[in-house]
Design a protein around this ligand. Structure first.
Ligand code: ADP
Length: 493
């Protein structure tokens, strides 16, 4: 390259300036020939490898292969316009890894406005780029998740919503907005009253939100209210706390499902069971009385074999009557017609009566009644008697003949707890929470061979619940079960 004297002194001056800059900055500094074919010098800081002498393969040495075209284009543009070269691109760092740089170079012009050389700096922006990449990834993931949730919440008939802690709606899915007949802007940020809920209904949910904030518990409920076009509907709802990393409730998320059709079907089924039970009861009662009269006459005639068979018929009738009464009780319960007629009575007397009856009727098992101290209750004696009978007959049903069944009671504080323990087949721990559900029977082969409809424990649980008591069971498969129920003692002694 033939340089004029002027240009040579320029370059020397420029090198001096370059030196000064190197000591003054932590950035990469470089000098390039006018057409960028030679890199005169590069001081790479700790970022890029220094060039000791001019090199021509700088592109391969420093620029990431995928960005080389981009760099070339930017160079050509800068040369063409004699303007600044400016680009953020990937580089091959001194440690062999890929980094990012923001590179700028300005042309040094001579008096004829020709480029003599390029003078550039490059800043290490790897950390920033990585952060930007991470941020973009996080943003993409968040957007992806949002799209996912939006698809789920937009395409369900269930109502999905979020309450802010001031009871205003922070989110409502399209199904809910449609039910309200409102747009997002009209409904969001407004409370229940403003969204058309009746005061009792708004108040109910606000108290539930208070409860969730205070306890972080999930609340589940059922509510009936009129729908704008569909008439009266029944809804099942679940409200759950949304908890932040510090354990604080930040909002309350809810889902509501229209269960009107399920309810209606249930009602139809109950009505049907009720009707069938009533219809069966009348002929059964008269058949029983015919059998009882025949039994008497046969006994008088001395035909003991037939008398024995008729006695069995009476027992089978009694069994059928008990089943039918069970169904009638369920239907009474469902329609809210189960009455609790409480009075004061001594539990010890009730247990005494039950023990006498059981001794007469249960023959295959040894039912042991522990002595029970005088215990006064204010309760529906007949229904508590039913609970005893159900639990004892279950103990009989689900344990082998000859095995013992123990009935005991103990008083503590303001409660009495009764236990009925058997040494039968037991119940798997996973099944225990369900056995008090209506029509639930444990799904094992042994149970299938034992007659039952899964309503006895449901009735027991409902009766005990209506007495502000508790009922539960402990069990081990193959070892036996103990059913407990506790009732509050009469307080007016
Ligand atoms: P069922 O008419 O089927 O006996 P219940 O409501 O009285 O109905 O009981 C529900 C289910 O709980 C039964 O089907 C049985 O699987 C289980 N169960 C109840 N009592 C016992 C017991 N003492 N031992 C083992 N399993 C029992």
């Amino acid at each position: 390259m033939n340089l004029s004297f002027e240009e040579n002194s320029w370059l020397q001056e420029s090198e001096a300036r370059f030196r000064a800059l190197v000591t003054a900055t932590s950035d990469v500094i470089y000098r390039m020939s006018p057409d960028w074919s030679i890199m005169h010098q590069l001081e790479g800081g700790n970022f890029l490898t220094d060039t000791g002498q001019p090199i021509t393969d700088w592109m391969q040495k420093y620029i990431h292969p995928l960005d080389q075209l981009l760099v070339t284009k930017a160079i050509n543009y800068a040369i063409g316009t004699k303007g600044m070269f400016q680009l953020e691109h990937r580089v091959l760092q001194a440690d062999g890894t890929i980094g990012w740089t923001a590179s700028r170079a300005i042309p040094v012009l001579n008096n004829d406005k020709e480029i003599v050389e390029w003078f550039g700096t490059a800043t290490d922006i790897t950390a920033r780029k990585r952060m930007e990449e991470e941020l973009k990834l996080a943003k993409d993931t968040a957007e992806q998740q949002q799209r996912l949730y939006e698809t789920i919440t937009s395409n369900t008939p269930d109502l999905i919503y979020v309450f802010a802690l001031d009871y205003t709606f922070a989110y409502a899915n399209p199904a809910l907005l449609t039910m309200w007949g409102k747009t997002w802007d009209e409904a969001i940020g407004k409370n229940l009253l403003a969204n058309g809920y009746e005061p009792w209904h708004a108040e109910m949910h606000e108290r539930e939100i208070d409860h969730i904030i205070a306890t972080r518990e999930v609340v589940r409920g059922e509510v009936a209210f009129p729908h704008a076009t569909l008439g009266r509907r029944v809804y099942d709802y679940i409200l759950s706390p949304v908890i932040d990393a510090d354990g604080n409730v930040i909002c309350v998320a809810g889902t509501t499902r229209d269960i009107s059709d399920i309810k209606e079907n249930e009602q139809r089924k109950n009505d049907f069971i009720n009707m069938v039970s009533h219809e069966l009861k009348t002929p059964l009662t008269s058949a029983t009385s015919y059998v009882q009269v025949s039994q008497k006459r046969v006994a008088e005639s001395g035909d003991m074999v037939t008398a024995g068979m008729l006695e069995r018929a009476v027992q089978q009738h009694a069994k059928m009557t008990r089943m039918i009464n069970g169904f009638l009780n369920v239907s009474r319960l469902e329609s809210g017609k189960m009455q609790i007629d409480s009075h004061r009575f001594n539990l010890a007397d009730l247990i005494h009566d039950i023990a006498e009856e059981i001794t007469m009727t249960v023959t295959g098992h040894e039912v042991i009644f522990d002595p029970c101290a005088e215990t006064w209750l204010y309760a529906d004696e007949e229904k508590i008697g039913q609970v005893f009978n159900n639990l004892i007959s279950n103990a009989v049903k689900y344990s082998p003949a000859g095995s013992p069944i123990k009935v005991a009671c103990s008083k503590s504080n303001a409660f009495v707890t009764i236990s009925i323990a058997d040494k039968g087949m037991g119940i798997d721990a996973a099944e225990l929470p369900m056995i008090f559900d209506r029509y639930y029977r444990v799904n094992v082969a042994e149970v299938k061979h034992i007659a039952g409809f899964g309503i006895g424990l449901y009735l027991c649980a409902e009766i005990i619940k209506r007495h502000q008591g508790k009922i539960w069971a402990e069990s081990k498969v193959g070892e036996g079960s103990t059913f407990y129920f506790s009732l509050p003692l009469a307080t007016d002694l």
